[in-house]
Design a protein around this ligand. Structure first.
Ligand SMILES: [Zn+2]
Ligand SMILES: [Zn+2]
Length: 276
């Protein structure tokens, strides 16, 4: 909605300068129920003081480009004293507008003789949907009776013109410009992009010795399952070292002797059985 309103303002407003800026600000804010920007916002967008913005709004009203609903802004829950004015952009497309988003002047289309002359032969090959000038939903042409005449013009006339614009990159002028650019580039090619600044040298990378796994201490070998079972059983028993406060400490999968008393796991178990 706001894009359409802005487009209409751009295309059909008589406003200039700050007036145009303020009107565009209103159009930008326009949603389904109009726009209610604060006067500060309009002043800021118009690059003018609040008083000047108020005068500009007044002028736009008098010219009929907008209507103001005093204190009509805000939502359902907005308190009465907080309500801003609600504005609506009244600009409508004139008769000569093609009522597309581009708001083009149909008079210029009609005045273009080659478009009308070559239309039948060219339109056969051109995509049909691309150029059809459909009446816009956004700008229903209800208040302009003669617009029906405009829409009743043979479609091909508009079609050919639009498709010509859609494929403007194929125009001879563009092709020529492209060819000329290529020629210039071939004559003096762009210098190769250097990734370092001139005079800046990259310091050599520090030497890092290659990693060699052989430099590591060999992992301890795992002991047999029987030894592991003995380790587990021995680790349950009280170790006489360190005042008998702890159990034997034997690495379960890799050890054979207690780290505290240095007794072999099997000896610990055997002595325990002897005691029992
Ligand atoms: Zn228009
Ligand atoms: Zn021990």
């Amino acid at each position: 909605m706001s894009i359409d309103a802005s487009a209409i303002v751009w295309a059909h407003s008589e406003a200039t300068g700050s007036e145009l800026l303020v009107l565009l600000a209103i159009a930008d804010h326009e949603g389904d129920g109009g726009a209610w920007p604060a006067m500060e916002t309009l002043a800021r967008r118009g690059r003018v003081t609040r008083d000047a913005a108020r005068k500009i709004v007044r002028r736009l009203e008098l010219r009929g480009e907008i209507t103001t609903d005093l204190n009509g802004g805000g939502g359902l829950r907005t308190a009465a004293h907080m309500r801003t004015n609600r504005y609506e952009v009244n600009l409508k497309c004139p008769e000569w507008c093609d009522r597309t988003a581009r708001h083009r002047d149909l008079r210029e289309v009609k005045a273009d003789p080659p478009a009308a002359g070559t239309a039948p032969s060219r339109s056969a090959g051109s995509p049909p949907a691309a150029g059809t000038a459909e009446p816009s939903i956004n700008h229903p042409n209800k208040q302009t009776p003669s617009s029906s005449e405009v829409m009743a013009q043979p479609e091909l006339e508009i079609d050919s013109n639009q498709s010509g614009e859609n494929y403007s990159e194929w125009s001879p002028a563009d092709q020529l410009a492209k060819a000329r650019r290529r020629m210039v580039e071939a004559r003096d090619p762009k210098p190769k992009t250097s990734h370092t600044r001139p005079g800046f040298t990259v310091p050599p990378a520090p030497h890092v010795p290659r990693f060699d796994s052989r430099s590591l201490a060999p992992a301890p070998e795992h002991v047999s399952p029987e030894q592991q079972a003995a380790n587990g059983a021995a680790a349950q028993l009280r170790c006489p070292a360190q005042g008998g406060k702890y159990r034997h400490l034997i690495p379960p999968a890799t050890g054979t002797h207690c780290a505290r008393c240095n007794a072999a796991a099997h000896d610990i178990i055997n002595s325990q059985e002897a005691h029992a």
